[in-house]
Design a protein around this ligand. Structure first.
Ligand SMILES: NC(=O)c1ccc[n+]([C@@H]2O[C@H](COP(=O)([O-])OP(=O)(O)OC[C@H]3O[C@@H](n4cnc5c(N)ncnc54)[C@H](O)[C@@H]3O)[C@@H](O)[C@H]2O)c1
Ligand SMILES: O=P(O)(O)OC[C@@H](O)[C@@H](O)[C@H](O)[C@H](O)CO
Length: 493
């Protein structure tokens, strides 16, 4: 690649908008979705985004060198179109918690958006904060110790101290989890008197607003009862259903952008033309007019969430496990396999019976999904979708299985999704391939149980009630065995 680096100067971009949105989880999806919506809803440049990475500084360093600018490649079946996105005005390393606190404590900041992945909420099978998770336990200890010391857990001197993170010892002052850092930031806002704020979860979780509230309040309770009361009164947890298929960027896209614009861009994002954003909740400090860009605000979000999480994400997870077991590596390849497609259709039929009939346009939605999944120019690796199955299947398979059982039906297609996950885990273990999941240790312990018992152990991790149901266990076992002969497909690059 040659040519000057993309920046506000080389692109001749408008001056950066003032920061009014703070974002946690500077991944590809945020850049394809919320940053796009904000750019298209804000003609006067009033809503700048300050985004923080989650676990590594890399994306922040790359984007900061480009003043936050990057190219969004919209990839249709018929070709690509390119747009430079300028709504991110600050790209920060997530470890720079001092900057996070400073921004969230500012009265000009109106909302915090999140794309930190499902697993980062650290919720257990009962939907409550998983206090036994080592990262959560460490943050609870840290927050409690600060309260016990009798003072604010962040004071002004510390705010100006460069020694931010993370010697792993008792001197640590910043939380490690994204939600723990958010709790510290909300405490800074409370102390600054900056007033109410909205937290907007954009992760693929059912009731994601309530999930964010549970995660934040669970940690805040360890910090200070006054803080939990302040959060109750001043923080609005907005629920959203977010949709835009955005796979990981590859090196080929870097070359493509350089060839099209003459500018070097080390952080392009590829996405599909389709996009959808449904939101429900209050914005006490204001928000961009995202509806200008097509976002929809509703009172009851649950049917929209379930339509998307079951039909799109559920189908994705089924294809991810069953497809890899049958040797496929992308969504489009798996969909072209008649068996995978039949299993997906059966799952859609089941899920559809458990969704409201009115107002959701399910037949059109399914039709559109088939087209989106078959877009073979979007290389969406099944291995990427397969990650963190222990969190994702709770939202994608179990609610449908439960609804089917309640209706007196077998839930065979949803059980097949769980069976394919288990067959995939077993095959990965047999092949010595690491499974990418935040609960790897627990999964490995369950998989090490004698054949047959492992099913109970794995189901227990996801949903203890269903794990106790012998009929469900037997069904899942049978379906897993049918898929067990294959080996996992190639990993995503
Ligand atoms: N990619 C999509 O098509 C898509 C569509 C809808 C919703 N989403 C939601 O967005 C999330 C992120 O997707 P992406 O494509 O941007 O992924 P990505 O891998 O590009 O980025 C993930 C971001 O989350 C951070 N992160 C990961 N684990 C974390 C943890 N345990 N704690 C804190 N931060 C953590 C990473 O550092 C990174 O900033 C998904 O998990 C999903 O919930 C994605
Ligand atoms: O992003 P994840 O890891 O929650 O799930 C993988 C895919 O199912 C997901 O990214 C979809 O492509 C997306 O939700 C479409 O809007």
């Amino acid at each position: 690649m040659s040519g000057p680096l993309l920046s506000r100067k080389t692109f001749d971009a408008p001056p950066p908008a003032p920061v009014r949105i703070v974002h946690l989880g500077l991944g590809a999806f945020h850049r394809a979705h919320q940053a796009w919506y904000t750019q298209h809803a804000d003609p006067k440049g009033e809503w700048g985004i300050a985004a923080f990475t989650g676990r590594r500084p890399d994306a922040a360093l790359t984007l900061a060198a480009q003043d936050g600018l990057y190219t969004l490649i919209e990839r249709a079946d018929s070709g690509d179109s390119f747009e430079v996105i300028t709504s991110i005005v600050e790209a920060n390393d997530g470890a720079d918690v001092a900057r996070l606190l400073e921004l969230v404590a500012a009265p000009s900041t109106a909302l915090v958006t999140l794309t930190i992945t499902e697993a980062a909420y650290h919720l257990g099978a009962d939907g409550e904060l998983d206090a036994g998770d080592p990262a959560v336990a460490a943050d609870i200890k840290l927050l409690a110790a600060r309260t016990a010391a009798g003072g604010p857990f962040v004071n002004d001197d510390e705010m100006n101290d460069d020694d931010v993170n993370d010697d792993g010892g008792e001197s640590r002052r910043w939380a490690r989890t994204a939600t723990g850092r958010l709790v510290q930031a909300l405490d800074a806002r409370r102390r600054s008197g900056a007033g109410p704020i909205a937290i907007v979860s954009c992760d693929n979780l059912a009731h994601n607003g309530a999930a964010a509230r549970t995660a934040v309040q669970g940690l805040a309770a360890a910090a200070d009862p006054e803080l939990t009361a302040w959060i109750d009164e001043n923080v609005s947890f907005v629920s959203t259903s977010v949709d835009r298929i955005t796979p990981r960027t590859t090196d080929a896209e870097l070359e493509l952008v350089a060839a099209s614009s003459g500018l070097r861009d080390a952080a392009p994002v590829v996405t599909e033309p389709f996009r959808n954003w449904v939101l429900s909740g209050d914005f006490p400090a204001g928000r961009p007019e995202w509806e200008r860009a097509g976002a929809v605000f509703v009172d009851d979000i649950e049917p929209f969430e379930n339509r998307k999480l079951w039909l799109l994400n559920g189908a994705h997870s089924l294809l991810a496990y069953a497809g890899q077991l049958r040797g496929h590596s992308t969504v489009a390849q798996a969909l072209a396999d008649p068996d995978c497609r039949a299993w997906m259709t059966a799952f859609w039929d089941e899920a559809q019976d458990d969704l409201p009939v009115a107002g959701l346009g399910i037949p059109d939605y399914r039709e559109a999904l088939l087209k989106r999944f078959s877009n073979s120019r979007i290389t969406h690796y099944l291995a990427q979708i397969a990650m963190d199955g222990s969190s994702k299947l709770r939202m994608r398979a179990f609610p449908v299985l439960k609804a089917e059982l309640t209706a007196g039906r077998s839930g065979e297609a949803a059980a097949r999704m769980i069976g394919s996950w288990i067959a995939f885990l077993r095959a990965s273990r047999a092949a010595g391939t690491a499974v990418e999941d935040t609960k790897t240790a627990e999964l490995e312990a369950a998989l090490a149980l004698p054949a047959g018992e492992d099913i109970g152990g794995l189901l227990e991790l996801l949903d203890p009630t269903l794990a106790a149901n012998v009929e469900v266990r037997n069904r899942v076992q049978k379906l897993a065995e049918r898929l067990s002969n294959a080996v996992p497909g190639p990993a995503a690059p």
